[in-house]
Design a protein around this ligand. Sequence first.
Ligand SMILES: *Cc1c(COP(=O)(O)O)cnc(C)c1O
Length: 225
Amino acid sequence: MQPNSQSDAIERLRAVERNISVAIPSSGDENQQVTLVAVSKTFAAEDIQPILKAGHRVFGENRVQEAAGKWPLLRNQYENIQLHLIGPLQTNKTAAAVEMFDCIETLDRPKLAKSISAELQKTNKVISLFIQVNTGNEPQKAGISVEGLPAFLDFCQGELSLNISGLMCIPPRMEPPEKHFKLLAALANAHDLENLSMGMSADYQQAVKCGATHVRVGSAIFGAR
Ligand SMILES: *Cc1c(COP(=O)(O)O)cnc(C)c1O
């Protein structure tokens, strides 16, 4: 990123924040709190710096290894950083993910739940966990199926005593996202889960209107990848 595009990034961050506040009243919940997860994947530490300097603290990365290459240093420079894992997690990276992230949004299968649970017990760490739901039933996409969610949730909360904060989805690319946002909101409501991570650069305002508590916005802040 060039120096002048750094101030552009801050302006874009502020614009996204404004758009979120504008969308909140349409959700029907005036107390709705929306956390902006600034998705910094593929961007270097020097591109993230200005956003940190501007006071933003919540970021999303989709790969454990990439995050390990830039965030330990940034954490030394800035306090209270909250890092969310928003990409698929392999169980052989669970330990690294639990060490690095404050929130894992992509819990989607029993084997991973067991692995995270074991790691949390071993380290005594507390992180928040979202279950990713494959609301479009896309075979290539990660996430537990809508039908599989109740049993998986039972397993996580009952058998493993995991504290599940909410649900996350990535709607199919070619479909209007609202249907998926509403489905995810209905599922969270049915299972008494507080948080909803949904909405990206193209559709975060719609997601907020449907009740999102977390939006994951990358290119609208950092620019095209
Ligand atoms: C990359 C990514 C985003 C951000 O996408 P933008 O369109 O750049 O806002 C959000 N969520 C997930 C899971 C992603 O992988």
